[in-house]
Ligand binder design. Structure first.
Ligand code: URA
Length: 434
């Protein structure tokens, strides 16, 4: 077999066989097929697409490029949640302790910030000492002891995805349904879970811009999960504005800690509650989603979920005092509000632009090797449907370095569409696919 023939076949819109997909994934992971050939193939897939059978074969080849954990030793159903990526999406930081506090193990392998979207691992880095780079042995031990562990992708888990992902990021081939499904599911199916809740984001801050695209992605991921014998539920949720008010690593950590105390923006809390309720059902802790919601409320009201977070932080070498004293988190030295130029109602927010503004302040990576400033970011003051007056704040920038602040402010101003008509806030949960 030759890589060039496989590229040519896909370029011409033909279906690849499992053997051909195996040849590429094995060869690329082993360093025997060059980046430039795989780049060409990725672009051919981006333009020509893949059948579901090809996407399933791709996922399985990527999954078995590395270690597939067996956590049956825990003797219980094990669940995780995965979001396809958005702005201000910090639900994992609430959901993981809630679900674990209900006795359902959560083996969570998360990612870092990508393009304009944030990453759970970067947020956790804002807790002094917190280790997300546990070895697989430590991951297992923490899960057994605490019922939850929050780590990054290790070199053993889906190594093909690590290489492919980096390549996709620089070849404009990220927002592609079969490639996203294979990337996400190859990692998640390696985690040793029995059930998965997918939060498929849809809107101008998501990789999937329309509900139809998001639904197709969700359906494919569900099919992949079921094919591998896992339970899977997908929620299509809104990403036409940032989730909650905080965008940026330490700022989002504070919003998550507040949510564990039952405080904070409604949309963020609602989504945490719905995703947790679905996970509790898949984990066998409750029989219905309604019971799951009630369990969520109880774990928050009694402080049990907050205490689980304390346990997680301690178990992963972080400073648990941060839960009670937010000044222990990195804090930006300066703040500046971005003021509305006219009165009216917020009609729309370019959410990816808000993510980019936060990146300009230093909260995300402009390059693969950029260092993130964990303290910086935005507090969103005005959301879709809100009435604003001229010179009232749309958002507050938290920053240290003034270099790109004017540019960030201009991006934020441009991102807000303000008009005379009354506008309803977007529906948060658009669909649940079971
Ligand atoms: N998250 C992933 O892990 N992979 C993708 O392709 C997109 C989002």
């Amino acid at each position: 077999m030759r890589a060039v023939d496989i590229i040519e076949k896909k370029r011409d819109g033909k279906q690849l066989t499992r053997d051909e997909i195996h040849f590429i994934i094995r060869g690329y992971t082993a360093g025997e097929i060059a980046d430039y050939q795989v780049s060409a193939l990725l672009m051919a897939i981006f333009l020509r697409g893949m059948t579901d059978a090809e996407a399933i074969a791709l996922t399985e080849e990527m999954l078995y490029s590395g270690e597939v954990l067996d956590l049956s030793e825990l003797g219980r159903l094990r669940v995780d949640k995965h979001s396809t990526g958005g702005v201000g999406d910090k639900t994992s930081l609430v959901i993981a302790p809630v679900v674990a506090a209900a006795g359902v193990p959560v083996p969570m392998i998360s990612g870092r910030a990508l393009a304009h979207s944030g990453g759970t691992l970067d947020k956790l880095d804002s807790i002094q000492g917190f280790r997300t780079n546990l070895s697989l042995a430590e991951f297992r031990a923490t899960l057994a002891r605490v019922g939850v562990a929050l780590i990054g992708q290790t070199k053993e888990i889906a190594p093909a995805d690590r290489k492919l992902y980096a390549l996709r990021d620089v070849t404009a081939t990220v927002p592609c349904r079969p490639l996203m499904a294979a990337s996400i599911m190859s990692k998640k199916m390696a985690e040793g879970i029995t059930g998965l809740v997918l939060d498929v984001k849809v809107g101008n801050g998501a990789f999937m811009k329309t509900e139809a695209e998001a639904r197709q992605l969700a359906e494919l991921m569900i099919q992949i999960a079921r094919g591998l014998g896992k339970d899977c539920v997908a929620l299509l949720t809104d990403m036409n504005q940032p989730l909650g008010r905080a965008v940026g690593n330490a700022l989002e950590m504070i919003e998550a800690f507040d949510a564990l105390r039952g405080q904070g923006p409604d949309d963020f809390i609602t989504l945490c509650r719905e995703l947790s309720a679905e996970m509790l059902v898949l984990g066998g802790a409750v029989a219905t989603v309604d019971e799951g919601r009630a369990r969520y409320d109880e774990l928050i009201a009694t402080g049990t979920a907050l205490e689980k977070m304390r346990e997680i932080i301690t178990a992963q070498s972080g400073d648990p005092r941060v839960l009670d004293d937010y000044s222990l988190l990195p804090t930006a030295r300066r703040e500046r509000a971005v003021l509305a130029r006219r009165s009216g109602t917020v009609q729309a927010i370019d959410t990816a632009a808000i993510g980019r503004a936060s990146m300009l302040l230093g909260a995300g990576r402009l390059r693969l090797d950029s260092k993130i400033d964990l303290s910086v970011g935005l507090t969103i003051s005005a959301r879709i449907g809100d009435r604003v007056e001229e010179s009232t704040p749309l958002a507050v920038m938290h920053f240290n370095d003034a270099v790109l602040v004017d540019e960030a402010a201009a991006v934020i101003l441009q991102a807000y569409q303000i008009g005379a008509e009354a506008t309803a806030p977007p529906v948060l949960i658009k669909e649940v696919l079971r």
